[in-house]
Ligand binder design. Structure first.
Ligand code: ATP
Length: 595
């Protein structure tokens, strides 16, 4: 999935992803109604035509075996009708299969695009609570599971019903009593169908899906955390977690299959050709010996009787797939229905780049406020350093600026306009970020740096890379700026941070938010951060979560947070010289003079 996909691919489903309202399955599939209808019509015509050879053989048998002279014209008509039916069947079945696959392909493509577009718009808070494996399953397996439901099953079911109905009409014209006897196996099999739909069986199927999701999660967590897991000697434990998820899945699968196999065995017995033929033969013998049926009339029943079981067999085979598809559609709809952060109906353009937080309170969980009344002003052309103990709320303040979350009380304004009144595109155009957790795409270095400025030329990219102190390193990569990250080159944490810094610089947004990485405090990254702050500060409003004295010294204002409140604020010199909260916090953290 590329960033462009995430940013919002155009798809027939996009318009259905309105806030909170799950798009119905019918609405999801409406764009493909014409293609579905074509597949159904082709499949039905093909199936009915395929009946012609069977009917022809039955009719020929009756004609030839009946006493009296043979009508040669009738015989040739029946033979030609049978051959024509066979040809039509081949043609239409091939056409319906071809179109069916095309529709499948389109539906899957559109669903995946719609899911990618939606995932690009859902609030970060929602994403953070979902497990990656389960989401991957929705976009992967669940979309694939929908396909029998969409393209094949309806047409196959229709075909499975139409053919026996035509046979039934023909058999009734031959002998209605033997027709009813021939239906006995079908009635027995139908009696078993409700057993497939008991609440216990539906629960088992849901458990099966959940167990599948747990396997996907355990793999994702294992792969993502492999370094940590190995470093702490936890590979065995992680492997055991994966094994447990797999064994759990096997147990649920066995329970599900055991229930299914008992019903399936009963159905198979009722619908098995020997049983059906036996019923027809016994019924036919009774009627023939009673003088109520001509022996030649037994032939159509022996030939077509087996076909009458097709609808129930199709229901039996397709039922679990259809149930799986129904549940998959439910999960897809759930993701498509996740509301975006509300967008203003009439966006207001901010007047300037002054950022102001007024009495901002915020709680991730109700009743647990992590920001408790923050007042903060970021003036254009200044650098504000946010400092404070771990957990004091620094990153949370930063997350409010791109509206990853909205404050639960108070307001955040940009250029005098509440962020909720500014359209998200406008907001992202004005604010750029360097987060601690650097995310680089598996794409060329140039594309990674120009992510927010796709129109930028190589010269602009190089200028940003120079400022971020990463130009020389990029030149040393196997294909320079064209090196694909993760394929041609693996970057260190500090290098990745500097690429992210170059990306934010090139985005050329008037507001820059920088979460200084303590983990990658190598001299080159420190120098890159300082150079960025000092070069850009006359043009931009900069907020930096600072962990080092050098960064703090470069700031115009230092704001110290404690327990979600501003504990102290002032210039770096004032605060360092004083005896306030900041000075004691800094001393207790082994603080020293700037280098
Ligand atoms: N997504 C979340 N859901 C629930 N609670 C969260 C979430 N993110 C952070 N918190 C909680 O909010 C509080 C503030 O966290 P925050 O990350 O803002 O602190 P911080 O000052 O940036 O810490 P650090 O310097 O360690 O990064 C913490 O108690 C944290 O556990």
């Amino acid at each position: 999935m590329t960033a462009t996909d995430l940013a919002g691919a155009s798809t027939p489903f996009t318009s259905t992803a309105t806030a909170g309202e799950p798009p119905s399955a019918a609405r999801l599939l409406r764009p493909f109604a014409g293609s579905f209808a074509a597949v159904v019509v082709l499949q039905v015509i093909g199936a009915v035509a395929g009946l012609a050879p069977l009917l022809a053989v039955a009719e020929l048998g009756r004609t030839l075996l009946s006493p009296g002279p043979v009508d040669r014209g009738h015989v040739w008509f029946v033979v030609l009708a049978g051959v024509a039916g066979l040809l039509v069947r081949l043609l239409f079945t091939a056409a319906s299969a071809g179109i069916g696959h095309l529709v499948d392909d389109q539906v899957q493509l559109s669903l995946r695009r719609a899911l990618a577009a939606r995932l690009g718009r859902v609030p970060i808070g929602w994403l953070a609570r979902r497990r990656t494996g389960e989401l991957a399953k929705v976009v992967g397996d669940d979309v694939s599971a929908v396909h029998p439901f969409i393209a094949h099953a309806p047409s196959e079911l229709v075909a499975a019903f139409v053919v026996p109905l035509v046979s039934l009409v023909y058999l009734f014209t031959v002998d209605w009593r033997l027709t009813l006897i021939t239906l006995i196996p079908v009635v027995l099999a139908v009696a078993l169908v409700p057993l497939m739909m008991t609440p216990a069986r539906l629960r088992e199927q849901e458990e099966f899906d959940a167990a599948m999701g747990r396997i996907a999660n355990s793999v994702v967590e294992f792969v993502q955390g492999i370094a940590v897991v190995k470093a702490f000697g936890g590979a065995g434990r992680a492997h055991r977690r994966f094994r447990t998820a797999t064994e759990d899945f096997a147990r649920v699968f066995f329970r599900w299959v055991r229930g299914l196999s008992v019903i399936a065995a009963g159905m198979q017995l009722a619908l098995s050709p020997p049983f059906v033929l036996l019923v027809v033969l016994i019924g036919g013998t009774v009627l023939i010996t009673g003088g109520g049926l001509a022996p030649a009339d037994l032939l159509p029943f022996l030939l077509l009787g087996l076909g009458l079981t097709a609808p129930v067999a199709a229901l039996g085979h397709g039922f679990d797939d259809l149930q799986a598809a129904r549940r998959a559609v439910g999960r897809i709809r759930e993701v498509l229905a996740v509301p975006s952060l509300p967008e203003p109906s009439q966006p207001v353009t901010p007047r300037g780049h002054r950022v102001e937080l007024r009495d901002v309170r915020f709680a991730y969980e109700p009743g647990h406020e992590v920001l408790r009344g923050i007042d903060l002003v970021l003036e254009p052309g200044t650098v504000t350093a946010l400092v404070g103990p771990s957990g004091s709320g620094k990153s949370t303040v930063v997350r409010l600026l791109p509206r990853f979350f909205d404050p639960t009380h108070g307001s955040v304004t940009l250029g005098g306009v509440d962020l909720r009144e500014i359209g998200s595109r406008e907001l992202y155009r004005r604010v750029s970020f360097v987060f601690q957790d650097t995310v680089l795409l598996r794409a060329p270095v140039t594309d990674n740096i120009a992510l927010a400025a796709p129109g930028a030329g190589l010269g602009d990219v190089v200028r940003a890379a120079r400022l971020a102190n990463v130009h020389e390193r990029i030149l040393a990569l196997p294909r320079g700026y064209e090196s694909v990250i993760g394929e041609d080159a693996v970057l260190s944490g500090g290098e990745a941070q500097r690429i992210a810094l170059a990306r934010a610089v090139l985005a050329d947004a008037p507001i820059l938010v920088l979460d200084e990485a303590t983990a990658f405090a190598d001299p080159q990254t420190e120098q890159a951060v300082r150079r960025t702050l000092t070069t850009l500060n006359s043009e931009r409003t900069i907020l930096v979560i600072a962990h080092r004295l050098e960064t703090i010294a470069d700031a115009d204002t230092v704001v110290m947070l404690e327990h979600g409140k501003v504990a102290e604020r002032g210039s770096p010199a004032e605060l360092l010289a004083g005896n306030g909260r900041f000075a004691s916090f800094w001393q207790s953290h082994g603080g020293g003079e700037p280098r």
